[in-house]
Design a protein around this ligand. Sequence first.
Ligand code: NAD
Length: 282
Amino acid sequence: MAITRIGVIGAGTMGNGITQTFARHGFQVTMVDTSPQALENGLAAIRASLAKLEKKALLSPADTALTLSNIATAGSLAALAGCELVVEAATENATIKESIFRELARLLPAEAILASNTSSISLTRIAAWVERPERVVGMHFMNPVPLMPLVEIIRALQTDDATHQQVHALAVELGKTPVTVKDGPGFVSNRILMPMINEAVFALYENLASAEDIDTVMKLGMNHPIGPLALADLIGLDTCLAIMNILHDEFRDSKYRACPLLAQMVAAGRLGRKSGKGFYSY
Ligand code: NAD
């Protein structure tokens, strides 16, 4: 089945970036969010991002106009009935995602592909919620979506080859570099990134060095563009803690235990950039 009509669920950070990226590459995209305010903010974020790209001469005014003309918005999943692919990027909550996937399975043609952008929920578990689990796959875009080249494609235990090949080809069409991984806690990206961030928090907790010095070691010594503690602030410390807890619960291995300081920071409301204070002040 040719893919031309895409549904994106969620107009937040990831949903609006995914919408913009598909629309920029000529797909007809319907972005759905239950919150009218989120839809409005999502569209505003897309316009601001396109304007920035235009200013840097990475887009022409005609590209911007075409991209915007490819985007529709809706307040309910019913608007997605004709889509060949849906990418779910709603809030990271299994109960919310389960009700979305069950409804999508009822609404969409049997051969439609159901993808999730989840960063931590098992794709195998998600696939088990629907009648045709072989059409479920992970498309894990990175933030900010229009700029980051990677799409981590996650194959659930049930994902069939045709589904995998279609989303792989699609990621290439979007100008991205897809990397396919098997379903497993944290996939590859967060399996490696989060324990590194957690170890940096332990280094701070044990007073081995200041936050600035820990980040400098990783930037100047390991050639990382951003230090792990600054990156944790960017991602959100609550998100980092939630992912560490998933790794710990699913592997039942103490090497994934979250640093007590990370849990304390979250309890104190120091969530990083979004709350104005984390390992650094903003
Ligand atoms: P967000 O909070 O910015 O946006 C989520 C949106 O989903 C909100 O606008 C909310 O109104 C909407 N929503 C909630 N329930 C809905 C429903 N039933 N139907 C339609 N819309 C609904 O979250 P985000 O950061 O964009 O994350 C979205 C997904 O992407 C999550 O699964 C997250 O794990 C994943 N992800 C996030 C990042 C990141 O850096 N933020 C990176 C990769 C993957």
